[in-house]
Design a protein around this ligand. Structure first.
Ligand code: GLN
Length: 207
């Protein structure tokens, strides 16, 4: 099978709230031309998507307002590769602990995350994190970050910090508690894009 041509991947960054610009910059520096996704047509045109950090309760509300929630769920069910960072991890999780009352998620990732988990000890911290698939640790930036408290059978743990699971992958979905888009190190984005390119669904409904 020929190597997937990463630069031709149509990559989107959900651009409703959060650190959109940083993800756009990281993907651009990998040679991609990311689209800011705010409308269903923009989502439909993406082969991969990043859900940025920000505030998960705000983003889920805006996903509904912008008529993106059900289309996004449908695309994820169809195999859309998605990277969720921090709030994006919460959005991808099937189950949330310490969420806002009635907090919904997009779902798809068979994990239970605890929202603001590290935040109850200390709001933000930074440090080296070893990520499976990368030779050298990344500099993990955690800002009121969730951790993964339970993982389903198909979930691969990619990283831990302080004994807690902070990066996971399941099929085409990947999520980190920390913010790989902060700074100039784009290896986590590269890991996502390479994996995504190798796991694109052969057909999907772009309607
Ligand atoms: N605590 C935020 C939330 O619940 C996530 C923080 C972040 O993305 N930096 O969405």
């Amino acid at each position: 099978m020929p190597e997937p041509d990463v630069p031709t991947l149509r990559t989107g960054v959900l651009a409703l709230q959060g650190d959109v610009r940083e993800h756009v910059r990281a993907l651009t520096s990998l040679g991609l031309d990311p689209v800011r996704v705010r409308r269903p047509e923009e989502l439909a045109a993406c082969d991969t998507l990043v859900l940025p950090g920000g505030e998960s309760t705000t983003i889920i509300r805006l996903l509904r307002t912008f008529d993106l929630l059900e289309p996004l769920r449908a695309r994820i069910a169809g195999g859309l590769p998605v990277l969720g960072t921090c709030a994006g991890m919460i959005l991808l999780a099937d189950r949330v602990l310490d969420g806002a009352p009635g907090q919904e998620t997009v779902g798809g990732l068979d994990v239970t995350v605890r929202r603001n988990a590290f935040g109850r000890q200390v709001d933000s911290f930074e440090g080296p994190v070893e990520v499976s698939g990368l030779d050298e640790p990344v500099h993990g930036v955690f800002i009121r970050a969730p951790w993964v408290e339970e993982t389903g059978a198909d979930v691969e743990v990619l990283a831990r910090a302080g004994g807690r699971v902070v990066a996971v992958r399941q099929g085409a979905l990947m999520a980190t508690s920390f913010h790989p888009e902060v700074g100039d190190d784009v290896r986590v984005h590269r890991l996502f894009v390479d994996h995504a390119a190798a796991h694109l669904p052969t057909t999907y409904d772009i309607g």
